[in-house]
Write a protein that binds this ligand. Structure first.
Ligand code: F0G
Length: 462
């Protein structure tokens, strides 16, 4: 445990001058970060920068063709850092003092799928999904957690903590356990999926269900880290975002470094969109890609703080909302990284939209019917794409990648309620939703009953 809970040096390896911290608002640069990861001058969020990237010897080491070759060759290596789909790209990450500190579950390395059915539905033939739900704990959080948890271990923290709508806590609990750290989880009481909560318990974290929402949990965590020697692993922690950048690097590698026209990502606390955007801008600057994809963020209508911030305040001040959506992963009204997200949206020319609960449920069932599946928060991407096509922002000939952030097994209650018809009971009948429902059928244990069911389905479905 570090001697002082607020020591600026506690989260910064003394021997690694290869990265530094910069405030996103006032630009104040520093070689160390406090435990709240906020600017010592103005209190805004900080980000990690790599001042050495501009120096001539570093420029040589960061030559695009050289990097692409190294990253490819590492796929044949059995070393733990190379087996990780995050640390494989370590030239673009903050360096640890020693690779011994890496806590890895072989995160990243996630598949890129074609979506032929969704292509037909949206009228966009070049449609792919990068499935971050195929990470070790079932969500994209693992790619950031491996980096931030490793830095927590290097700084010899005993406790790590996060506020969460479920996935961050599942991921943090796993990486803490693997790294011999103690995990403290703060989640809203209710409104989080049992599946995610059960992961935190299984991985042995101290799990507190607070009688508040996610925003209330995060506020308390921010106060806690100022009072106790606890290392926070929310996406306010810029090491998390550095790890999450690798989603975009790996995606470009899978596409043979030919960027798509659009990348569409769900928005909650807005760390992931910020990380993907940062990666795109850095790859563009380093010459790894020759043009920037447009990065668009989709939110649930009931948790649309960024949509309103951009529409009603031109991105100048945050408009918070009282969040409500069944896509509980993104049930967030006061997103911490809104400024970072607004910046990368502006830089890449992306859009920001919101979608209804029915649109989310329909999109989730459509992705499920591809044999892929995802959790509700991930399905906002497909629902958002439909809207962006209708608006003419995405053209039929454009290539599009949806980022599916969580595994279908993350929220089985949502899936069951949808298919059993327990969702939208009081709403007007919706034939599109009805056609997607596949409720379980209870039958007598007879061959006849099964054959009749087969016949019925053969006749009723094309
Ligand atoms: N999709 C899933 C499945 C998520 O779990 C989250 C966030 C998001 C999208 C939104 O990403 O916050 O970076 O904009 N989940 C956090 C959590 C808040 O605590 O698990 P974001």
């Amino acid at each position: 445990m570090p001697a002082s809970s607020t020591s600026e040096h506690s989260v910064r390896p003394a021997s690694t001058p290869a990265f530094s911290f910069r405030c996103i608002a006032c630009g104040h640069a520093s070689n160390a970060a406090g435990q709240d990861f906020r600017c010592a001058h103005c209190g805004d969020l900080i980000e990690i920068t790599y001042p050495q990237w501009g120096e001539s010897d570093k420029k040589l080491a960061l030559q695009p063709d050289r990097l692409k070759l190294i990253w490819k060759q590492r796929r044949l290596s059995p070393a733990p850092a190379d087996l990780s789909g995050v640390w494989r790209f370590r030239e673009l990450l903050p360096a640890l003092a020693s690779e011994e500190n890496i806590i890895t579950l072989r995160e990243g390395n996630t598949p890129l799928y074609e979506l032929p059915r969704c292509s037909r539905i949206t009228g966009v033939p070049h449609l792919l999904a990068k499935h971050q739900g195929m990470n070790p704990t079932g969500s994209f959080k693992d790619t950031g957690m491996t980096v931030a948890a490793s830095f927590a271990r290097q700084a010899e923290f005993r406790w790590v903590a996060c506020a969460s709508t479920g996935n961050t806590s599942a991921s943090m609990a796993a990486y803490a356990a693997r790294g011999g750290l103690r995990g403290l989880v703060l989640v809203p009481d209710g409104k989080i999926s049992w599946s995610k909560l059960s992961q935190a318990l299984d991985y042995g974290a101290v799990t507190c269900q607070l009688r508040t929402d996610f925003d209330g949990c995060l506020r308390l965590l921010q106060e806690l880290v100022r009072r106790a020697p606890v290392y926070q692993l929310n996406s306010i922690n810029p090491f998390r975002l550095e790890g999450q950048k690798t989603l975009a690097i790996e995606l470009m590698e899978q596409l043979d470094w030919q960027p798509p026209d659009h990348i569409i990502v769900p928005g909650g606390n807005l760390g992931n969109s910020s990380a993907i955007g940062k990666a795109l801008l850095e790859m563009f600057k380093l010459g790894l890609i020759s043009r920037l994809p447009k990065l668009s963020v989709i939110q649930a209508e009931g948790a649309n703080a960024l949509v309103r911030t951009l529409r009603e305040a031109a991105g100048q001040r945050l408009i918070s909302v009282q969040a409500e959506t069944r896509a509980t992963a993104i049930r967030i009204g006061n997103p911490a990284s809104w400024k970072k997200a607004a910046h990368v949206l502006a830089e890449t020319g992306g859009a920001c939209e919101d979608v209804s609960e029915a649109e989310i449920a329909q999109a989730k069932a459509e992705i499920g019917a591809e044999g892929i599946g995802c959790e509700p928060a991930s399905a906002v991407t497909l629902a958002g794409l439909k809207k962006l096509v209708r608006q003419g922002f995405v053209k039929p000939q454009d290539s599009v990648v949806l980022i599916l952030t969580g595994n279908v097994l993350k929220d089985p209650d949502f899936t069951m309620d949808f298919h059993r018809g327990e969702m939208f009971r009081d709403a007007a009948p919706n034939p599109q939703l009805e056609s997607l429902r596949r409720p379980p059928i209870v039958l007598d244990a007879s061959l006849d009953a099964i054959l009749r069911t087969l016949e019925r389905f053969e006749k009723s479905t094309p």
